[in-house]
Design a binder for this molecule. Structure first.
Ligand code: GTP
Ligand code: SPV
Ligand code: MN
Length: 603
C-alpha cells in the first residue's frame, strides 16, 4: 500500500505496526490536494457528519455537530507519560511510560475495524524550514483530515521533505468506535464515556496516542499535542520556546511596526487580539498567529516568533462584526463550523453574533430552537476552522520561516478583580515571575466547571509537556542568551475586570488598541509609567481615551493597585509555588519575597 508513496523506512515500519494493531478496513495516504479535500467533505456530508451550508450565503462551508460528550479538550484524560514522574511534574497527569504503552496499545487494538485509516503527513511550520517539525497523523476520522488540511501544511510535499531518512513525530488517533459489518455509522463517532478517552504524550519518544475524541485539541494532533506539549519538551532540550501565544504586528500612524506575542489561556482573547481592528485612528494590527508561537533567538540577539499553524480554530460565540470583523470576514467561505446553530436559511448563528436571533434554528444538539428556549443555540465552545490566508488582516510575514522579532510579550487572563488593565515588568526576571504566577477563570474550552479561578502559568497549564518548575527555569535562562536590551519587554494585561454588579469595566476588543498603544510607547521609550509595588503602570492620563466613552472613574479603578488584594494574591502565589518543591527556581521565590516586601512598604 504505502510502499509506492514513501520510501521512508521508519514510516513504513510504523504504518505496518499501526495497521496490524488497529485493523482498519482500508488505508488512504492523504496528498493534501484541493480535490481530495472536496471529496472528503462530500463523504462527510454523505456520512451526515457535515451539513453543507447555503452555497450563496456561505460557499464551501460545512457544519458539524459533535456528540454532546465530545465538545472540548479533556484535561483530566490528558497524560504526559515519562519514565520518571518528576519529568512530568506536579501540574500534569502522569503515567509511567512503560505501563501506559502496554495499556494504550491494548486500547487501540482493533479500534479502526470497519473504518478507513487516513495517513496525514503534516508540517508544523513552513515545509522544509529547519525550525519546522514533521508529524504523521494516522486517524480514522475524515473530519480530522479536513480540519488538519486547514490547520496545517499537509500532503505529498511533506512526505517529499521527509525523504528516505527524515524523522517524524508519530501521532496515532482513533475516535474509538470500530464498526462491525452489520452496523451503521453515527454522524459523530467517538468514545462516549469521557473516562475512556486517552490523550497520551510520550515526550521521550516523542509520540502521541489519542483515543476516543474527535474534537479540536484532542484530535487535531498537530495543535496542542505536537506544537505545544511535545514541542515544549523538545524546545526545553534544544533551547527555544513553544508557547500558547498569539503573534500580532502593531503599526503606528507614523508607520513604525512592532511585533507582539501574547499568552492568554483558552478562550481568553488571543484570536480577538491577534486580528483586532483598532478603534484608535491611524493604528493598524496585522495578524501572524492566534494560538501558538515557536520562538528562538536570531543572529541579531532578538527573539523571533513563528506560527506553526495555517488556520484558526476559533471560538464562535461572541464573534461579531462589532467584536471581531476580521474573523467574520475570514470564515465567509472554505470554512468548517462545529457545534454552532443552523438557521432555516442554511447559515450559521451563535450567541452574540451581532445579528438578531433567528425565529427558529437547529441548535448544536440538532434540536429545534427558538429565542424563547432556555438553552443556548450554539455550544459555548463551538468553533470555526478557517484558513489563515483568508484573514483580511493577515500580515505579509506570517509564513516567514525565520519568524518576526518580538518587542513585547503579554500575559493575560480572565481576572474580574485585582489584576490591573496593564502592568509592565521591571525586568525579564520579574516578567517571568508574572508569567509563572498568572491565573485565570476557567472557560468552556475544557470539560469541567467554567468560571473557577485557577493558576495557569504562561497560559500553559494544560499544554506544558514537562515539569513546570523546569519550564520556569527555562524561561529564566533566556536572559543568558542575549543582551538585556534585546529581550522583549514583558507586560500583564487584563481585559476582564468587572464591577460589583458584574458589568465589564473595560470595553475590550478593538478598544484594547488603547493599551497596545501604551505598550508600543513603552517599547519606544516614550510612554510614561509609574513604579508601583507590582510593576510599572500607566497613569490614567497615559492611556489614550480620545474618542472613547470609557468613564474616567472606571479607568482609574482598573489602573489602581489594591495593596490588600495583592497581599492575598502574593499569599496564593506562595501556596502555589510550594507545589513545585525544589524544582521551583530560587529566583522566583526571591521575586515573590521582593513583591511582598514592596507591598508591605506600601501598605
Ligand atoms: P482559544 O482558541 O481557546 O485558545 O481562545 P482564545 O484565547 O483565542 O480566545 P478568543 O479570542 O476566541 O476569545 C474567547 C472569548 O472571549 C470570545 O467569546 C470573545 O468574544 C471573548 N473576548 C475576547 N476578547 C475580549 C475582550 O477584550 N473583552 C471581553 N469582554 N471579551 C473578550
Ligand atoms: C484551546 O483550548 O486553547 C484551543 C482550542 O485553542 S483546542 O484546539 O480545542 O484546544
Ligand atoms: Mn488555544
Amino acid at each position: 500500500m504505502a510502499a509506492a508513496l514513501t520510501e521512508n523506512g521508519e514510516l513504513l515500519a510504523w504504518l505496518r505496526d499501526v495497521v496490524e494493531l488497529c485493523k482498519p478496513d482500508d488505508v488512504y495516504i492523504c496528498d493534501g490536494s484541493d480535490s481530495e479535500y472536496r471529496r472528503l467533505c462530500e463523504l462527510l456530508v454523505k456520512n451526515r457528519t457535515f451539513t453543507r451550508l447555503n452555497e450563496e450565503l456561505r460557499p464551501d462551508c460545512f457544519l458539524a455537530r459533535s456528540h454532546p460528550s465530545d465538545v472540548a479538550r479533556v484535561e483530566d484524560r490528558t497524560y504526559i507519560s515519562t519514565t520518571s514522574q518528576d519529568d512530568a511534574g506536579p501540574t500534569n497527569n502522569w503515567a509511567e511510560a512503560d505501563v501506559m504503552k502496554l495499556k494504550i496499545a491494548r486500547i487501540f487494538l482493533r479500534s479502526m475495524e470497519g473504518r478507513t485509516m487516513y495517513v496525514i503527513p503534516f508540517s508544523m511550520g513552513p515545509v522544509g524550514s529547519p525550525f519546522s517539525r514533521i508529524g504523521i497523523q494516522v486517524t480514522d476520522s475524515p473530519y480530522v483530515v479536513v480540519n488538519m488540511r486547514i490547520m496545517t501544511r499537509m500532503g505529498s510535499d511533506v512526505l517529499e521533505a521527509l525523504g528516505k531518512e527524515g524523522s517524524f513525530i508519530p501521532c496515532l488517533h482513533s475516535v474509538g468506535k470500530p464498526l462491525s459489518p452489520l452496523q451503521g455509522d453515527v454522524p459523530w463517532p467517538c468514545e462516549e464515556d469521557p473516562k475512556h478517552k486517552y490523550i497520551v504524550h510520550f515526550p521521550e519518544d516523542p509520540s502521541i496516542w489519542s483515543y476516543g475524541s474527535g474534537y479540536g485539541g484532542n484530535a487535531l494532533l498537530g495543535k496542542k499535542c505536537l506544537a505545544l506539549r511535545i514541542a515544549s519538551a523538545i524546545a526545553h532540550k534544544e533551547g527555544w520556546l513553544a508557547e500558547h501565544m498569539l503573534i500580532l504586528a502593531l503599526t503606528s500612524p507614523e508607520g513604525k511596526k512592532h511585533y507582539i506575542a501574547g499568552a492568554f489561556p483558552s478562550a481568553c482573547g488571543k484570536t480577538n487580539l491577534a486580528m483586532m481592528k483598532p478603534t484608535l485612528p491611524g493604528w493598524k494590527v496585522t495578524c501572524l498567529g492566534d494560538d501558538i508561537a515557536w520562538m528562538r533567538f536570531g543572529a541579531d540577539g532578538r527573539l523571533y516568533a513563528m506560527n506553526p499553524e495555517t488556520g484558526f480554530f476559533g471560538v464562535a460565540p461572541g464573534t461579531s462584526y462589532e467584536s471581531n470583523p476580521n474573523a467574520m470576514d475570514t470564515f465567509t467561505h472554505n470554512s468548517i463550523f462545529t457545534n454552532v446553530a443552523l438557521t432555516d436559511e442554511g447559515d450559521v448563528w451563535w450567541e452574540e453574533m451581532g445579528v438578531p436571533a433567528p425565529a427558529h434554528a437547529i441548535d448544536w444538539q440538532g434540536k429545534d430552537w427558538t429565542p424563547e428556549a432556555s438553552s443556548k443555540a450554539a455550544h459555548p465552545n463551538s468553533r470555526f476552522t478557517a484558513p489563515a490566508e483568508q484573514c483580511p488582516a493577515i500580515d505579509p510575514d506570517w509564513q516567514n520561516p525565520n519568524g518576526v522579532p518580538i518587542s513585547a510579550i503579554l500575559f493575560g487572563g480572565r481576572r474580574p478583580s485585582t489584576v490591573p488593565l496593564v502592568n509592565e515588568a521591571f525586568d525579564w526576571e520579574h516578567g517571568v515571575f508574572m508569567g509563572s504566577a498568572a491565573g485565570s477563570e476557567t472557560t468552556a474550552a475544557a470539560l469541567g466547571q467554567a468560571g473557577v479561578l485557577r493558576r495557569d502559568p504562561f497560559a500553559m497549564l494544560p499544554f506544558c509537556g514537562y515539569n513546570m518548575g523546569d519550564y520556569f527555569a527555562h524561561w529564566l535562562s533566556m536572559a543568558d542568551k542575549t543582551k538585556s536590551d534585546k529581550l522583549p519587554r514583558i507586560f500583564t494585561v487584563n481585559w476582564f475586570r468587572k464591577d460589583e454588579s458584574g458589568r465589564w469595566l473595560w470595553p475590550g476588543y478593538g478598544e484594547n488598541s488603547r493599551v497596545l498603544k501604551w505598550i508600543f510607547e513603552r517599547v519606544e521609550g516614550t510612554g510614561e509609567a509609574v513604579d508601583t509595588p507590582i510593576g510599572r503602570l500607566p497613569s490614567p492620563e497615559a492611556i489614550d481615551l480620545s474618542g472613547s466613552d470609557v468613564p474616567r472613574a472606571d479607568l482609574e479603578r482598573i489602573l489602581a493597585v489594591d495593596v490588600e488584594a495583592w497581599t492575598k494574591e502574593a499569599e496564593a502565589i506562595g501556596t502555589y509555588y510550594d507545589t513545585f518543591g525544589d524544582r521551583l527556581p530560587s529566583a522566583l521565590r526571591d521575586q515573590l519575597g521582593a513583591l511582598r516586601a514592596r507591598l508591605e512598604a506600601a501598605g
